[in-house]
Every structure is written in structure tokens, then in C-alpha cells.
Design a protein around this ligand. Sequence first.
Ligand SMILES: Cc1cc2nc3c(=O)[nH]c(=O)nc-3n(C[C@H](O)[C@H](O)[C@H](O)COP(=O)(O)OP(=O)(O)OC[C@H]3O[C@@H](n4cnc5c(N)ncnc54)[C@H](O)[C@@H]3O)c2cc1C
Length: 531
Amino acid sequence: MILVRDIRLSLSDKEERAYEQALRIARIPRGKVAHWGVSRLSVDARHGQPKLVYTVAVTLKDEGEEPAFAGASPCVALQGKTDFTVQNGAELLDCPPVVCGLGPAGLFAGLLLARQGFRPILLERGPALEERVKAVEHFSATGQLDPNANIQFGEGGAGTFSDGKLTTRIGDELCGFVTQTLLAHGAPAEIAWKQKPHVGTDLLRGVITSIRKEIEALGGQVWFSTALTGLVQNGGRLTAVRTTRGEIPCRALVFAPGHSARDTFEMLMNSGLTLECKPFSVGFRAEHLQSEIEKSLYHAAAGHPALPRGEYQLSQHVGSRCVYTFCMCPGGQVVASASEEGRVVTNGMSYHARAGRNANAAVVVSVGGEDFGGDPRRAIAFQRELERRAYEAGRAAGPYGAPAENIQSFLEGRGQLKIGRVQPTYDRGVAPADLGALLPQELSQTLRAGLRAYERKIAGYTAPEAILTGLETRTSSPVRLCRGEDMQCTQLAGLYPCGEGAGYAGGIMSAAVDGLRIARAICSRYAPAEG
Ligand SMILES: Cc1cc2nc3c(=O)[nH]c(=O)nc-3n(C[C@H](O)[C@H](O)[C@H](O)COP(=O)(O)OP(=O)(O)OC[C@H]3O[C@@H](n4cnc5c(N)ncnc54)[C@H](O)[C@@H]3O)c2cc1C
């Protein structure tokens, strides 16, 4: 794929003109083009009249010819395909590898193992997607939570009910392989060329089940509603795993349970393994009118039909902490993301069209090991306590209602919620509450300082109608299980910590890539048993 950057056009120009400019700059004859698309579109509003700035992606009918055009101008770059092959090792793996967790990390680990002939067994504590969707809808309608089938747990993992954003900063070439796999399983074609690709929860679900079916077709087994409950070890080596369906022999376990598997972390600690405390963040979900965010980002160009839904990412250092926005969902909604009874957790998602009226994003402050004396149990207890307080504070709106407050009110510590043009989208309903009182005072004050700084970056960020809903506590895993260069746990051979829960990923793309890295490590060492 050839990328042609920095094509500047006026607001009245059509998209087709960006394409023509791209061909001219890169000196590509029209007849050679197989496909083109807009990879990135931004607005340069600095010098009076706003300009649209395009990056155009072009694929040639003969992809082998693409490098010849890459040097035409400094604005032209080449983006190659990821050629990812793995050679199996020689040591016989006499029992199937086991994968714990069917989130992006476990799914991609399972897929590579299955493609390499290993017939893995995948354990997932929650149900298959269809049943999981019913459980999530039932919870949303009634407030009856299934601790094993919810926004965090079940086929597809935490990202299933998400915006499906595939952006990541890890810069690993395996990202290309993940994208190609998602495309082959039905993700929208544009994720191949968009700079900020997103799938949307509606389309992501079909992709996940399609990948799982490929694993099964290759001889892998997926055991739904089956949790990993224990490890059996002998002389510092894993020999079997305990599950809710009984014990199975195991010499290679991909441990990818996500950041919410607190009981599973407890099981590891009770097995004598040491978990490290790692930084995570807590705070709220902010909601604004999408149109107001776009006015601030696009200025006079706001509302132009060619422009993508406006997105933002903000951060502000306040003392030794950082207040930042995270997982921004344009045109999205705030979702009830609890996985434990009597605890409220917020998160955000959107459908592929991102057509909702509100923009939402997490506004969070970092906390770390030093806040908990390096004790992972204290870090988890802190998350749980905040979620319990949020549950109590939101209860006036019904079970799993969430506490909410206008941003201005939060800044002034008033605990008021006046609903104007920004209608809160949290599905279980919201109740007015003093959000500052739910967090330790120092964290609330830090968040206030961060929000005041955001107003200088996005005009109207703290406008009276903007709303905060809480609490956001599951930004990433509070723990890490250390692994060595061979990807195995440094304390137990045969255990492969993987994905977000083990502390090695943050987001769908990086979790999927980590799953591939772990599976590659297993494949390169072992040969699958026959039959
Ligand atoms: C609502 C929401 C929206 C999000 N939006 C985005 C987004 O747009 N873009 C993005 O990049 N990231 C997003 N994220 C974060 C992203 O989903 C996670 O970073 C990613 O899913 C982590 O992948 P994982 O495979 O490591 O873990 P998970 O996806 O958490 O999967 C872990 C799986 O393990 C299972 N499990 C847990 N314990 C056990 C056990 N003992 N035995 C068997 N199975 C077990 C769980 O049921 C779960 O299915 C979002 C998260 C949420 C909740």
C-alpha cells in the first residue's frame, strides 16, 4: 500500500480531488490502481481559512510495483504487508496447549497454535457470544448481573462490547498480521488503510465468532462456561491445570484472563506465585455533545460532511500524577461494565456508524505501586472499594445505577446534576452524587486540576451541561506476572503470562499481538503430538 500524505484542499473540494492529487504527487498512472481510500483526514485551522489535510492510501493491481513509486516525493511512503511465518520446534508437546481466556490475547494465541497443528484447548469462564449478548442485555434491562457473563467476561473478552478501536502505540509488525486476520474474518475493509481504524461493537462480534470457528475447524476445542481454578506443579514445572470441569494435563498454559479476573489472580497468589503491583488509573466517564467537541476541534469546518467524527486525547501532568483521557468513543454510549455483584464500573462503546449524539471518554488519574505499598491485594481492594462506593452512590437510580454530576459541579464540589442538552447514556440510569467524595481527596483534587487544564485545550470541555459518570476503575490490570525472555513465567515453567491481565497489553490490538507472541514462543519450542 502506498500512502500519500499532506494533501491540502479547501473545504469545498471533493474527496475525489484528494485522490487525483495523490496520483499526481506519487506519479502513479490511474490504470495501475486497484483501490484507494482516505487513510487520514484532519483540519488545519491555523491560518484563517481552514484546510482539509488528507492522507490517501493507494493499492496497485500489481503490489510488487509499489516500491517503485515510494521515492516520488517526501510525502509518499510505503506500507508493506506483514509476512508472518512460524517454524515449529522439535520438542514433542505430548498434551494439548491450554489457553485461559477468550479475549483478543487468548483468541489470537489459540488461532496461531491451531494453525500450527497444536489443537489447543481454550477455556473461557463465560458463555459463547450469542448467550453472552443475551446476558448483557438482560443485565442492562433488569440490573440482574451474571458474574460470568457480562461486559468483561464471555467469548471475545472485554473488547467485545466496545468501540473496537484498533489504535495502538506498540508499533509491532504483528499488528499488520492482526489486521489481515480481522479482514479475512469479516472486519470492514477500511481498517486496512485508516490511520485510526475502528470496527464497532456490532461488526466485531461476527469477526470474533468467525475466528473461533476457524480454531474449531482446525481441531481446537473451546470449552465455554469453564474457568481455570488451579495450577498443578511439580519441581517448578506446570504439569496440569484444574478447571471447573476437572483436571487436565498441561505443559504449556497461555494465561490470558484479562484485567478483571480478580479471583484468578488470587488463585495464582495462593499457589505461591508473586504478582507485582503495576500502575493503573481511576476516574470517571465524561460526556459531551459530539457536535460541541467537533466545533472545538474543527472550528469553522465543523459539520463538514467529509470530516470524520471528532476525537480527542488529552493529558496533563499534575504534581507526580498524570490526568489523561482514554478510550474516547465518538458518537458512543457509556456502558455498565460491572463483573462483580454490588459494584459499579463504567466504560464506553460505540457502533460502527458512531452516530450517537454524545462523545464519551474516560477521564482518569494514574495510581501505582507506591500508593499500595507494592501490595497487589491492596490495589485490588482499592478498586473494589471504589466500585462499591459507586454502587451505593448510584443506587437511587436502581440496581447498578451510576453516580453522576455535571463537570462544573464536580469542579466546585457541589454534587449536582442538571440534565440539559447532554443526556446521560449510561444504560442503568444515573443518580446525582458528589463524585469527589467517592475518591480519596488527593485524587479528586488532581482530577479537578486536570479538567481545568483541559478547558484550555478543548473550549467548552467543562461547560455546565457536560457530565461525569462514575466510577472508571478498570483502565488496565493492577498486577503483572513476570515473564522471562522465553515468555515463560519466571517462577513456573510452562506458564505463559499473556495479554492485559498479566500486565503485557493495553487494548485490543496490543492484546492480540501479545497472544501471537506467546503462541510463537510455544510453537518455536515444541512440535505438536500426532493425531
Ligand atoms: C466496554 C469496553 C470498551 C473497550 N473499548 C476498547 C477499544 O475500543 N479499543 C481497545 O483497544 N480496547 C478497548 N477496551 C479494552 C480491551 O477490551 C482490552 O484491552 C482487551 O480486551 C484485553 O484483552 P485480553 O485478551 O488480554 O483480556 P480480555 O479481553 O479481558 O479477555 C479475558 C478473557 O478471559 C476470561 N477469563 C477470566 N478469568 C478466567 C478463568 N479463570 N478461566 C477462564 N477464562 C477466564 C474472561 O471471561 C475474558 O473473556 C475496552 C474494554 C471495555 C470493557
